[in-house]
Write a protein that binds this ligand. Structure first.
Ligand code: MTE
Ligand code: MO
Length: 436
């Protein structure tokens, strides 16, 4: 069969296609199985319609409609975001598009480890239940209506940040999605407290950890294979911040973000925030689900030199995310008038609670000015910061931002703690600013 598509124009960058030959997937059993189970593929969901000849689309080839980024309906409405890979779907948000206090759907990053399940593509929650079992007195099986009526409903903005956000800045590079700064967002979630639901089931003294399950489809199309199943220490699950959400920004949780139910457990890597949530098992040991072991979401137990091969048994689970900030205004490369005060602003957040301070520098970190920092609307929402900068004369400047958490720990000017899979990089965010 001849290839009708101009591959030179539309292949996505090497990071997303590495190790995959276009021809490999064209006719593979996995790909056929996938097409059978999912009428509207994740790629189709982004374009907003089915792709009848999708089986002919070489892996890694970005449809022109997406590459040109020319309409509202493209990227599932996520216009202007960056597609890192299409199978699984991974999309990040440029910093200047994260300026909203509450991140709208259109600007929320997407991290899929597998394929969006059919129930989500159809937005069909009929018969959906959530099972709570394991080390509990009374296992529960709750419908969404029961969740809504039995427990207090709460609405709060909460940050979700992928553990691999910032991976692209590590040297040497590490495998995985090359997220820069945009695998983070702070939508407003509505649901019930995870702790209330666990307490209703009665957590036994033997409880150690949670294990989370969803119904998304493995990339192989094999129903038996788990996509991702992570968990948190029971103490974290019983804090009052985590929620089981059915709405994001006042709408049913969208297909790409976990319809009809998802966990949001702020402060920890986004991977614990199970989408398409069907079950929470309370475990009497550290959870051993998919992506809990090996090098997934784990860090060396001790500092290592960049590039070191670390034995698997020396890896520890990544828990609290480090303090971080973003400059969301202006866009990098913007021009301002020399000698005049210009506003720069952004958000700051920390995995262990609130942020104490944000400082900015316009002289490559020689001197720092404290920014005005708003309190968060609730714990684990990101906090707005603003500062005025005056660039003394014509030329090229950078604005650097540095947040400090409640323990006095600040973001470093270079990538911290290299680790084999590139997690937890909270290097200071920098933008270019031109005085002209
Ligand atoms: N069921 C399911 N839940 C999941 C994932 C997934 O692949 N499947 N990815 C996790 C990861 S690694 C992250 S960072 C967040 C991303 O949430 P978002 O796609 O809504 O932004 O979802 C988490 N929950
Ligand atoms: Mo993630």
């Amino acid at each position: 069969m001849s290839d009708p598509i101009d591959t030179k124009q539309t292949f996505c960058p090497p990071a997303a296609t590495e190790g995959r030959e276009a021809s490999d997937l064209q006719t593979s059993p996995a790909r056929r199985a996938f097409l059978k189970t999912t009428g509207l593929s994740a790629l189709g969901a982004m374009i907003g319609m089915t792709i009848p000849f999708e089986r002919n689309l070489p892996a890694g080839l970005i449809p022109v409609a997406l590459a040109q980024d020319s309409g509202e309906e493209l990227m599932g409405g996520k216009q202007g975001l960056t597609l890192l890979s299409d199978r699984p779907l991974n999309v990040e948000t440029p910093a200047h598009l994260l300026d909203d206090d509450v991140t709208p759907y259109e600007r929320m990053f997407v991290r899929m480890n597998g394929l969006v399940p059919q129930t989500a593509l159809d937005m069909n929650a009929e018969g959906w239940t959530l099972v709570i079992d394991g080390e509990v007195d009374t296992p529960l099986e709750l419908t969404i209506d029961e969740l809504k009526s039995r427990f207090e409903n709460v609405t709060r903005p909460l940050v979700i940040e992928c553990g691999g956000n910032g991976r692209a800045f590590f040297q040497p590079g590490t495998s995985g999605n090359q997220w820069t700064t945009g695998a983070v967002g702070c939508p407003e979630w509505t649901g019930v407290r995870l702790a209330d639901v666990l307490n209703a089931a009665g957590v036994k003294d033997t409880a150690v950890y949670t294990g989370h399950y969803g119904n998304d489809v493995h990339l192989s199309g094999d129903d038996e294979q788990e996509v991702i199943s992570r968990g948190v220490p029971i103490e974290k699950a019983l804090e009052e911040d985590g929620i089981i959400a059915w709405a994001m920004n006042g709408q049913p949780v969208p297909a790409l973000h976990g319809f009809p139910l998802r966990l949001v457990i702020p402060g920890y890597p986004g991977s614990v925030a199970q989408k398409y949530l069907t079950r929470i098992a309370v475990r009497n040991q550290v959870h051993d689900g998919e992506k809990m072991g090996g090098y997934s979401y784990r860090l060396p137990a001790y500092p290592v030199a960049p590039g070191t091969e670390v034995p698997e048994e020396d890896m520890e689970i990544l828990t609290e995310m480090p303090v971080k900030s973003l400059i969301t205004f202006p866009e990098t490369g913007a021009s301002v008038t020399p000698g005049q005060a210009s506003e720069v602003r952004g958000h700051a957040w920390a995995g262990n609670g609130d942020v104490q301070a944000v400082h900015v520098s316009i002289d490559f970190g020689q001197t720092w000015t404290e920014a005005q920092l708003d309190p968060p609307p609730n714990r684990f929402a990101w906090q707005r910061w603003r500062a005025n900068v005056t660039l003394p004369q014509h030329g090229y400047y950078e604005v650097w931002a540095r947040a400090t958490d409640m323990n006095g720990v600040s973001q470093p000017p270079v990538s911290p703690g290299w680790n084999p899979r590139g997690y937890g990089n909270n290097i200071q965010h920098r933008i270019a600013l031109i005085a002209a």
